[in-house]
Design a protein around this ligand. Structure first.
Ligand code: ADP
Ligand code: MG
Length: 681
C-alpha cells in the first residue's frame, strides 16, 4: 500500500543518459539487491504487525463475548490499532512533510472514525486487512525486481582461467580483458568473450531471446549467462564481469523500471488530486448526512466507509503492476525497453520503417563479381585487393565484405598496407587521401569524381541481377566495379508476416542502396513496392520518417535499424528500435528499444508483449475505477458495511496487482499464440 510514498517527482526525470557515465552496471545490480533486502526486512516487520493486529482483533472479540472488563477490551483495541495503523501513520506524516497526501492516511482516519462511533471491531478489521494487503502487495511487486536479479543467477560465480599454462578457478569479478578462460560442455559462460579455440554451440536464449542454439567457433562472440552446449571452448575475455552484456541488461531494466510511463504519471498525478478530493468529499458527505437528519454515529460510519471505498489504491498501483512486470518479462527474452513510455508507445505502433542493410538483410554481404575497367592494368584480384586497402578502415558492411573477400582470395592480403587518410561519406562511400586519391562507393559518389559512362552497362547488369555495384576509382578514373550481394535474413519473412497480422498498418523499407536491389528484397519479403524508398542519404532517411510521422493518423511510428549510422533515424521516430544489439553499446544507447538478438521475429514478440501490457493497463484501470464507482454508490445510496467495503477495496487492489503480474508468468509468454512461426525463406 506504499503506492503514494514512492514519490514520482524524484524519478520521472530522464535518468537514463546522464547517470550512464557514473553508474557502473554492477552498481545498479548491487543497489537492486540492497533494495530487495530492505524490502524483505520491511515485509517481515509488516507481517509481524499484521499478525499482532489479527490476534488483537480476535482477542478483543473473544473478550467482548466473554464480557471482560471494559478497560481490558479497550487496551487490547489500542494495541491492535497501534500495530495496524502506526506504520501507515509514520509514512503518511513523512509524506505530509513533503506536501503530499498519502492514501494510507485515509485508511487510518477511517479506522479511527469507526472506533470513535463505537465500532472498534470494524476499525480493527480494516487495519488488519489493510496491512495484510500491504504485505502481499509488496511481496508481489517485489517479483518484478526479483525477475531482474534472477537473470544474474545464470552467470556462474567462478571461471576456469588459464594462467602460466595452469588452469585455475577464480571469481569472475577478478577476470580482466584479455584473460583466457576455458568453458566445458554444459557450463554457463562466465564472461563476454571471443572464442579462440574449440567449437560448440551456445544456448543464449536468456540473453537474446533466440530459441535455437547458435554455433560458436573461432572468432565468434559469446555472452556471459549463455549455456555452452556440446564442445569445450577457450575464450578470450572481452568484457569484465561488471560490464558484460548481462550486467548492462540488468542496468538498463533497472533504470527503465525507475522511469514512469505517461499513463503512470497520470495515475500518480490523479492519485494525489484524488486523495484530496476523497478527503473533502467524505467531509461534505458527512455534513450532508447530518443535515439530512441522519443519527450522528451512522453519519460518521458512512463517511468512514466512503473514505475507504473511494480511496484510489487500486488505480495508483494498476499501471506500475503491469508495466514493471512487462519490463522484467521482456528483458528475460532479450528485449530491452528503455522505460514504460517506450513500452506504451511500441504497443501503439501502426507504422514500422526498417533499415534494409543489416536489419532486413543479414548485413553479412558477399562479393559476387569483380569487373575491371580498361583503365586498370592489373587483374581482378589486384582490383579486389586495392578495394580492400581503400575500405579496410570503414565500418560499413560493404567494406567488411570486400576486405573479407580479399582475405579469402589472396594470402598476401593479411597485411593490407594503408593508402592514406580515410574519410567516410555516409550513404555514398569512402575516400582515401595519400600520395594519390582513391575512392570506393555507389554511382552517385563515383560521379562526383569521374565519368562513369565506360562501365555503366556493367553496373546496370549487376544491379539487375540484384547485387549492389561498388565503384572503385583513383582520382578521376573509374578502375572497376565490385558486386555485393545482400541476402534477406531467414527470419525476416516470418517476422514481417507476424507483424502484418498484428494490427500494424504499414511496413516500410528505407535504404541507401539502389532501387533494383531494394525492390528485389522487398518483393522477396512481401513488402508493398509503394513503401520501398531507396537511394536515400542518411538525412533523407530522417526526412522520410518525418513524412511518416506527419502522415500517420493513428498510432506511433517505429524505426528499426541495426544501430550502425542510423542514430538520427532512431531518434526521430516515436520508437527507435535497435536490432542485434548484444555487445553493441552504441546501438543500445541510441534506441528506445534494444533487441539483443538479431532474429527479427523477436520484434513481433516484443510487439505482442507491449500490446499485452497496454491491454492489462487498460483492464486494470477500468476495473479499479469500476469497482470504486460501484462501492461509492453502494455506500451513498445503500448500506454497505465497512468490513465489506474494506474487503472490496483491498481485494480489488490485490486483483489489479495480480493481473499485472500475469505478464511475468513464463507460460503466459510462451503460450501458443506467441510461439514464433518457423523461419522460412
Ligand atoms: P543502408 O541504408 O542500406 O544501410 P547506407 O546508407 O549505409 O545503406 O549506404 C548507402 C549506399 O552507400 C550503399 O548501398 C553503398 O552503395 C554506398 N556506401 C556507403 N558506404 C560505403 C562504403 N564504405 N563502401 C562502398 N559503398 C558504400
Ligand atoms: Mg545500415
Amino acid at each position: 500500500m506504499d503506492t503514494a510514498t514512492t514519490s514520482p517527482s524524484d524519478t520521472n526525470t530522464d535518468t537514463n543518459t546522464d547517470t550512464e557515465a557514473n553508474t557502473t552496471p554492477s552498481s545498479s545490480l548491487a543497489a537492486l539487491q540492497q533494495e530487495l533486502r530492505e524490502e524483505r526486512r520491511e515485509m517481515r516487520i509488516g507481517a509481524a504487525l499484521t499478525g499482532i493486529t489479527l490476534i488483537g482483533m480476535i482477542a478483543a472479540v473473544v473478550l467482548t463475548i466473554a464480557a471482560a472488563p471494559q478497560w481490558l477490551i479497550a487496551s487490547v483495541y489500542v494495541i491492535t490499532f497501534a500495530a495496524g495503523g502506526i506504520p501507515a501513520t509514520i509514512g503518511a506524516v513523512q509524506e505530509l512533510r513533503h506536501g503530499k497526501l498519502d492514501i494510507d492516511l485515509l485508511m487510518v482516519l477511517a479506522a479511527l472514525a469507526a472506533a470513535a462511533v463505537g465500532q472498534p471491531r470494524d476499525g480493527a478489521f480494516l487495519l488488519f486487512l489493510f496491512s495484510l494487503a500491504g504485505v502481499l502487495e509488496e511481496f508481489a511487486m517485489g517479483n518484478t525486481k526479483r525477475a531482474v536479479t534472477s537473470l544474474m543467477d545464470l552467470r556462474p560465480d567462478t571461471a576456469n582461467v588459464l594462467r602460466n599454462g595452469q588452469l585455475e578457478t577464480v571469481n569472475v569479478e577478478v577476470l580482466e580483458q584479455g584473460d583466457t578462460v576455458v568453458v566445458r560442455p554444459g557450463e554457463y559462460m562466465p564472461v563476454d568473450g571471443e572464442v579462440v579455440s574449440g567449437e560448440s554451440s551456445a544456448d543464449q536464449s536468456a540473453i537474446t531471446g533466440e530459441s535455437t542454439p547458435v554455433d560458436k567457433s573461432v572468432g565468434d562472440s559469446v555472452f556471459a549467462g549463455s549455456l555452452n552446449q556440446q564442445g569445450a571452448l577457450t575464450l578470450r575475455v572481452t568484457k569484465t564481469a561488471q560490464s558484460s552484456t548481462l550486467a548492462r541488461m540488468i542496468d538498463l531494466v533497472t533504470q527503465a523500471q525507475e522511469q514512469r510511463a505517461p499513463s503512470q504519471r497520470f495515475s500518480d498525478w490523479f492519485g494525489q488530486r484524488y486523495t484530496i478530493a476523497v478527503l473533502i468529499g467524505s467531509g461534505v458527505a458527512l455534513l450532508t448526512f447530518l443535515l439530512m437528519g441522519m443519527p450522528q454515529d451512522d453519519a460518521f460510519y458512512k463517511a468512514a466507509t466512503l473514505l475507504v471505498v473511494a480511496s484510489p489504491c487500486a488505480i495508483v498501483i494498476s499501471v506500475p503492476a503491469a508495466i514493471l512486470s512487462a519490463l522484467a518479462a521482456s528483458a528475460r527474452q532479450g528485449i530491452l525497453f528503455k522505460g514504460g513510455a517506450a513500452l506504451e508507445d511500441f504497443g501503439n505502433v501502426s507504422v514500422i520503417a526498417f533499415d534494409k542493410t543489416g536489419t532486413l538483410t543479414t548485413g553479412k554481404l558477399e562479393v559476387t563479381d569483380v569487373i575491371t575497367h580498361s583503365n586498370f592494368t592489373g587483374t581482378r584480384d589486384d582490383l579486389l585487393r586495392l578495394a580492400a586497402r581503400i575500405e579496410q578502415h570503414s565500418e560499413h558492411p560493404i567494406a567488411k565484405s570486400i576486405v573479407q573477400a580479399a582475405h579469402a582470395d589472396n594470402t598476401h592480403a593479411d597485411n593490407l598496407e594503408p593508402l592514406g587518410d580515410v574519410t567516410a561519406h555516409p550513404g555514398f562511400g569512402v575516400r582515401v587521401e595519400g600520395d594519390t586519391q582513391y575512392w570506393a562507393g555507389n554511382q552517385r559518389f563515383a560521379q562526383t569524381f569521374a565519368e562513369v559512362e565506360g562501365i555503366r552497362n556493367e553496373a546496370k547488369m549487376l544491379e539487375q541481377r540484384g547485387t549492389t555495384p561498388v565503384f572503385i576509382g583513383q582520382e578521376n578514373r573509374v578502375l572497376g566495379v565490385i558486386a555485393i550481394a545482400d541476402t534477406p535474413r531467414t527470419s525476416a519473412l516470418a517476422a514481417l508476416r507476424d507483424l502484418n497480422g498484428r494490427n500494424i498498418d504499414r511496413l516500410v523499407m528505407l535504404t541507401g542502396d539502389n532501387h533494383t536491389v531494394a525492390t528485389n528484397i522487398a518483393h522477396t519479403l512481401g513488402l508493398d513496392p509503394k513503401d520501398v524508398h531507396a537511394e536515400l542519404l542518411p538525412d533523407e532517411k530522417v526526412a522520410r520518417i518525418q513524412d511518416l510521422l506527419a502522415q500517420t493518423e493513428r498510432g506511433k511510428v517505429a524505426f528499426v535499424g541495426d544501430g550502425v549510422n542510423d542514430a538520427a533515424a532512431l531518434a526521430t521516430s516515436d520508437v527507435g528500435i535497435a536490432m542485434g544489439s548484444a555487445g553493441s553499446d552504441a546501438a543500445i544507447e541510441a534506441a528506445d528499444v534494444a533487441l539483443l538478438s538479431d532474429d527479427l521475429r523477436v520484434l513481433a514478440k516484443a510487439h505482442h508483449l507491449a500490446q499485452r501490457a497496454n491491454r492489462i493497463v487498460r483492464q486494470n484501470l477500468s476495473f479499479a475505477i469500476g469497482i470504486m464507482a460501484i462501492m461509492i454508490m453502494m455506500t451513498l445510496f445503500g448500506d454497505l458495511p465497512l468490513p465489506l467495503g474494506v474487503i472490496g477495496h483491498e481485494g480489488g487492489t490485490l486483483l489489479v496487482v495480480a493481473n499485472g503480474l500475469r505478464l511475468l508468468l513464463p507460460s503466459f509468454n510462451l503460450s501458443k499464440r506467441t510461439k514464433l512461426a518457423p523461419a522460412t525463406t
